[in-house]
Design a protein around this ligand. Structure first.
Ligand SMILES: Cc1ncc(COP(=O)(O)O)c(C=O)c1O
Length: 347
């Protein structure tokens, strides 16, 4: 598939901004109107706070490439994976003309990003097992459908999407299939990042916000074919990732075993919460989860949600997406016990 044939004309023709730090990172740097005297706060990280960061994320790409065992040509970093979702829509979808498909119920940002960019969305319901119905999708695709968003594991239902279905879709769809793997570390099946070579229209987004415990740092990345990565670098803001974020991510990659420990602990607590919810007769359904949250169904979910807030416990009301359902993120054992206890009282 020719990726270029899917790209908006203005993006293909765009002459990207050439940033000073893209050309030179060392020497007597008098090219970017920075403050050569230093910065007003002490640079305790020793990153050169007075200088703009590397627009090409060279060190980060190198380190992540060796951690994931994926060529650095296939890696792009964004300010959270949300930034990447937005860039993808802007590269491929012509406002007011093109459209994108979302598989509902799912993560709300796909639609919001499309709305902001004046790109319409076609919502298609997942089937009863919350898997994509390929026939329904094929019959909804129009000549202007450019992107299909697939969230796996899916937020808020928590289940993985069958990779066979994703590959089939990527093979048959003449457009971009974006697979959002924000929660993949919590699943027992592998990521799709190693399938990029087989499917040049596949983009897999991932994040440091969940398993790595770095939501406050705002860093996500994607694995995609090099034409897609080049387009992302072409249109992003020159200095999207700041130096402190990059430094924290480099430290995180060195400390990846801690991430694995978190994942194990969260999966163990997920089992605990799932069992406890299942043993509560007032809970109608507990969704099996491949992620770090559990969706459950009860009567009067909005009332339950507000009563829990009164007790200082904040979960997420998802009843507008999945009937009568609330979503709880997996906490520490202490937090989970408090939640389960208050939930029992409220119900
Ligand atoms: C499915 C999904 N994708 C992406 C994100 C956002 O990730 P990031 O923090 O990397 O922007 C979230 C956040 O909740 C999410 O649920």
């Amino acid at each position: 598939m020719e990726i270029e044939s899917l790209v908006r004309k203005n993006i293909l023709q765009l002459k990207p901004y050439t940033s000073a730090r893209g050309d030179h990172m060392t020497g007597i740097l008098l090219d970017a109107n920075e403050n050569s005297f230093g910065s007003v706060v002490e640079d305790e990280w020793n990153v050169g706070l007075n200088r703009y960061p590397d627009p090409f994320h060279r060190k980060l790409r190198e380190e992540l490439s060796s951690y994931l065992n994926v060529s650095k040509e296939y890696l792009f970093f964004g300010v959270g994976s949300d930034e990447i979702i937005d860039l993808v829509v802007r590269i491929f979808c012509e406002p007011k003309i093109d459209n994108a498909i979302t598989l509902e119920p799912t993560y709300g940002m796909y639609k919001v990003v499309c709305d902001v960019n004046d790109v319409s969305t076609i919502p298609i319901q997942l089937d009863k097992s919350y898997q994509p119905d390929l026939e329904k999708i094929y019959s909804s695709i129009t000549k202007n459908t450019k992107v299909i968003f697939i969230c796996s594991p899916n937020n808020p239902t928590g289940n993985l999407i069958d990779s066979k279905l994703i590959f089939e879709l990527a093979k048959n769809f003449n457009g971009i299939v974006l697979v959002d793997e924000a929660y993949i570390e919590f699943a027992d099946k592998p990521s799709l990042i190693n399938s990029i070579q087989d499917y040049p229209n596949l983009i897999v987004t991932r994040t440091f916000s969940k398993a790595w415990g770095l939501a406050g740092v705002r860093c996500g990345y994607c694995v995609a074919s090099s034409p897609v990565v080049n387009l992302l670098y072409k249109i992003k803001m020159p200095y999207n990732l700041n130096k402190l974020t990059s430094q924290v991510i480099l430290n995180a990659l060195k400390n990846n075993l801690q991430k694995d420990k978190f994942v194990e602990a969260i999966k163990c607590e997920r089992q605990f919460i799932t069992d406890e919810l299942n043993s509560n007769s007032k809970i109608k359904k507990v969704f099996p989860s491949d992620s770090n949250y559990v969706l459950f169904e009860c009567e009067n979910p909005i009332e339950v949600y507000h009563k829990l807030i009164e007790k200082g416990i904040v979960i997420r009301d998802r009843s507008n997406q999945v009937k009568n359902c609330l979503r709880v993120s997996i906490g520490t054992r202490e937090q989970n016990l408090k939640f389960l206890n208050e939930l029992r009282n409220v119900l």
